[in-house]
Design a protein around this ligand. Sequence first.
Ligand SMILES: NC(=O)c1ccc[n+]([C@@H]2O[C@H](COP(=O)([O-])OP(=O)(O)OC[C@H]3O[C@@H](n4cnc5c(N)ncnc54)[C@H](O)[C@@H]3O)[C@@H](O)[C@H]2O)c1
Ligand SMILES: [Zn+2]
Length: 361
Amino acid sequence: MIRATVNTPQRSYQAMIENGLLLRAGSILRDLLGERRKLFIVTVAPVRKKWGKKLQTSLTAAGFDSAFLEIRDGERFKRMATVEGLAEKMVGLGADRNATVLAFGGGIVGDLGGFLASIYMRGVDVVQIPTTVLAQVDASIGGKTGANLKAGKNLIGIFHQPRAVLIDPAVLSTLPEREFRAGLYEALKCGVIGKPQLFADLADVDVRKLRRDAGRLEYAIAESVRLKAEVVSADERENGLRRVLNFGHTIGHALEAETAYKHFLHGEAVAWGMIAAAQIAAEIGKLDGAAAQRIQQAVHNLGPLPEVAVRSKSILRRLQSDKKTRDGVVHFVLPTEVGKVEVVNDVPEAVVLRAVEALQA
Ligand SMILES: NC(=O)c1ccc[n+]([C@@H]2O[C@H](COP(=O)([O-])OP(=O)(O)OC[C@H]3O[C@@H](n4cnc5c(N)ncnc54)[C@H](O)[C@@H]3O)[C@@H](O)[C@H]2O)c1
Ligand SMILES: [Zn+2]
């Protein structure tokens, strides 16, 4: 088993990565939780149908009493009302302060399950068991939880670090291919930020083959998890170092919002954002042209990507009003080489506009 430790002021915990880990979830949780025997598994129907039995069998064999709490699938149900509904169900099932929530699904389940755990009876434990690439390499680690408001995504929430993160890459076999690819862009992102070997491994990978290559997939996920664990351990609250994780996200978020979250999956928008960031970095002289091309080719190699059809001026406006923008200054995370990024806040508007226009070519 591969382990990565996450150290935060709130707590230290491990992310464990292994093919087939689901079958060992029961014994791992027994060691972790001791006498606390009641588990509440927040999940969605597709995950429960495909993997629920495996998980529950392992939990039951280890002496746990577990119940599934199913929520409706989709970003539009990532709302406070869903969290409230879950809490009502838990009360009905007799959950007390010793209850443990298992968040068993993609990033939506992870964010809602974590949020639920953070406020249920003023806080109970959560264990993240992510089942999408995106959730395994990114969302399950670092303790960010929350829900959407009408006005925007993730506008309510809190940091609530999990007791552990159990990552079984084998569950990705049932993920729709487009979701699989979209998550891989985040893994590639980790490579550019700080894992050049991971970047090299993903740069020319055949995605269909990777899906069937358990060892290589486990490696890619584990390296991404390590990167995220290292960054979060250095900076839990995203004031400094954690911002590097936003590589590709500045323009990515703007593209998602500009297309009303309907045209791109998150990872796909980030993929375009990375392409634009590489061009910006090259144009302002931070990155040599050949390295920029290598990054852009690696992104396209994981494609296909939905095309970009937006007005670049609208993207610029969105950048300037993003919640992460401070005092009207747009911060870009730009690569200076493969494996190294820097936060830059004085990119000329014209350079940004050109980079967005280049995406539509
Ligand atoms: N907390 C964080 O740090 C963080 C980071 C990044 C993203 N997020 C959040 O994550 C969410 C997106 O997560 P996501 O991309 O995982 O989407 P998701 O949770 O919607 O899952 C994608 C789809 O895959 C299905 N699915 C999940 N696992 C499956 C499996 N093993 N087999 C078959 N189908 C499966 C789901 O039912 C869903 O339809 C967003 O709400 C985003 O805000 C949070
Ligand atoms: Zn992301």
